[in-house]
Design a protein around this ligand. Structure first.
Ligand code: NAD
Length: 489
């Protein structure tokens, strides 16, 4: 079995503790690699390496940094097939989505490489004569990047590409369920010519390696994607550093009585069961107008029951496994809670094995779900969809907003007023009209409101805000003392 190292200062090394852990294929339960359990000392070494590489990397012209990211984009393109299969093998999502995960990394590297020729500030007028003002962007310093397992190539790529193009050096800690995807991504950046020390990667637990990254005060910006509990912990313990949080959600789809029901069913199947419900943007609540609820339910359940559960590497599979046994237990726990709360199960509600193996759970649909039930409030992160009824758009929007999260939302309607009201009133960072809650594109900002995050956005033009400091420049060419707010005429 192959053993993989930590990546510190351009070298693949063992952890100082000598401890290791395994990564497991969730469809077959086979071990796919052995990884270093990095600890606090290892993170400190990684920070030191990032610190020594900072001066040179941050001084390089951004288009020169962009050249390396373009090179990484090219390598990712040639390796897409192999990496897509790896995503499926290590994380479990079906192969089309595994390839999509890699495509997202290609897209963001290409986008951020181009950003090297912009990194725009702005110019402004001055209240005084012969004075020019503008803003310029500067790198923040060492960036700590902590990532989850559900987009094991795409999410590290989102953070790395933005942090690097802005001139920061990096310490990455990937999720322990998908370390191999991160190792492969780092190897690609190494091949693309990233100088040693610019990227460092420490695999290991959140409690130990993650906590050190969050609390280390030489790290100046922390970008964290994961669960709300861990996000709250890192925010509380991060000290004075910038923290970007992208956390969980409970995303709603509204289906109005004027909607194209077939289109809505397609969207709810894709949004609810794509990635086995393990997307932060998963459509886990469907709020249906009472006039079309019966019709929607019938077709939706037929379609959910027809989905083929299996190893995502087979092209015939529609729904792959959950990430691990704990995730299966979590889905089961919520199904039991839903049953106790009085919701009515329409299909699924059971664990499964394929050829006696794997962490599978059947696509599950609950109806007669009330907005305050736990299954309508908590993020389950599994293939469990709740159907709720509403009598009007106003009631549907109220239900949308009744949860603590706010990442993505969708509305199916053919009425323009309904669509614009939804855009205006739903408390989420993203709203789709006549499309499901999933499907972000990298040139647009991504992030949520309420407990989903603390206001930062990844990707798109706003994605670079997280990794740059703004310096304001006043350039006085009057040749005399000019006092702002006093010598104004
Ligand atoms: P998680 O919080 O368990 O782990 C995420 C990362 O944080 C891992 O690398 C983990 O090791 C690390 N970590 C855990 N505890 C830590 C601690 N105390 N200090 C520092 N680091 C710590 O989440 P997960 O199970 O990997 O991912 C699923 C969650 O991520 C879901 O809630 C999902 O909604 C969320 N998510 C959000 C987005 C988004 O953009 N909003 C995207 C993907 C996933």
């Amino acid at each position: 079995m192959e053993k993989y190292g930590l990546y510190i200062n351009g070298e693949w090394v063992n952890s100082t503790s000598g401890e290791t852990f395994e990564s497991i294929n969730p469809a077959t339960e086979e071990v796919i690699g052995i990884f270093q359990k990095g600890n606090k000392e290892d993170v400190k070494s990684a920070v030191e390496a990032a610190e020594s590489a900072f001066e040179k990397w941050s001084s390089a012209p951004p288009p020169v940094r962009g050249e390396i990211l373009f090179k990484a984009t090219e390598i990712l393109k040639t390796e897409k097939e192999r990496l897509g299969k790896l995503v499926t093998t290590e994380m479990g999502k079906v192969i089309a989505e595994g390839l999509g995960d890699v495509q997202e990394a290609i897209d963001i590297f290409e986008y951020m490489a181009g950003e090297g020729r912009r990194l725009l500030g702005h110019t402004s007028t001055s209240e005084l004569h012969d004075k020019f003002s503008m803003t310029v962007r500067r790198p923040v310093g060492i960036a700590g990047l902590i990532t989850p397992w559900n987009f094991p190539i795409a999410i590290p790529a989102w953070k790395l590409s933005a942090a690097l193009i802005c001139g920061n050096t990096v310490v990455l800690k990937p999720a322990s369920d998908t370390p191999l995807c991160a190792v492969e991504l780092v190897k690609i950046l190494e091949r693309a010519g990233l100088p040693k020390g610019v990227i460092n990667m420490v695999t290991g637990s959140g409690e130990e390696a993650g906590t050190e990254i969050a609390t280390n005060n030489r790290i100046r910006v922390l970008s964290f994607t994961g669960s709300k509990d861990a996000g709250e912990f890192v925010l509380k313990n991060a000290g004075i550093k910038r923290v970007g949080l992208e956390l969980g959600s409970k995303n709603p789809v509204i289906i109005m009585d004027d909607a194209d029901i077939k289109l809505a069913v397609d969207g709810c199947i894709w949004g609810g069961f794509g990635t086995t419900g393990q997307r932060c943007t998963a459509a886990s609540r469907v709020i249906v107008h009472k006039n079309v609820k019966e019709k929607f339910e019938k077709i939706f359940v037929e379609r959910a029951e027809a989905l083929t559960l299996g190893n995502g590497i087979e092209s015939s599979t529609n729904v792959g496994p959950l990430i691990n046994e704990k995730a299966v237990e979590k889905s089961q726990k919520y199904v039991d809670i839903g049953n106790k709360e009085g919701a009515r199960i329409l299909c699924g509600g059971e664990k499964a094995k394929i050829d006696g193996r794997g962490f599978f759970y059947k696509p599950t649909v609950f109806t007669d779900v009330k907005p305050d039930m736990k299954i309508a409030q908590d993020e389950i992160f599994g293939p469990v969809v709740s159907i709720l009824e509403a009598s009007s758009l106003e009631e549907a929007i109220k239900i949308c907003n009744s949860v603590e999260y706010g990442l993505s939302s969708a509305i199916y309607t053919n009425n323009i007023r309904n669509a614009f009201k939804a855009i205006e009133k739903i408390d989420t960072g993203i709203t789709y009209i006549n499309a499901s809650t999933i499907g972000a594109e990298v040139h647009l900002p991504f992030g949520g409101v309420k407990s989903t995050g603390n206001g930062t956005r990844e990707a798109g033009i706003e994605g670079i805000n997280e990794f740059t400091d703004t310096k304001t420049v006043y350039f006085d060419y009057s040749g005399r003392l000019q006092r702002a707010q006093i010598d104004v005429e």
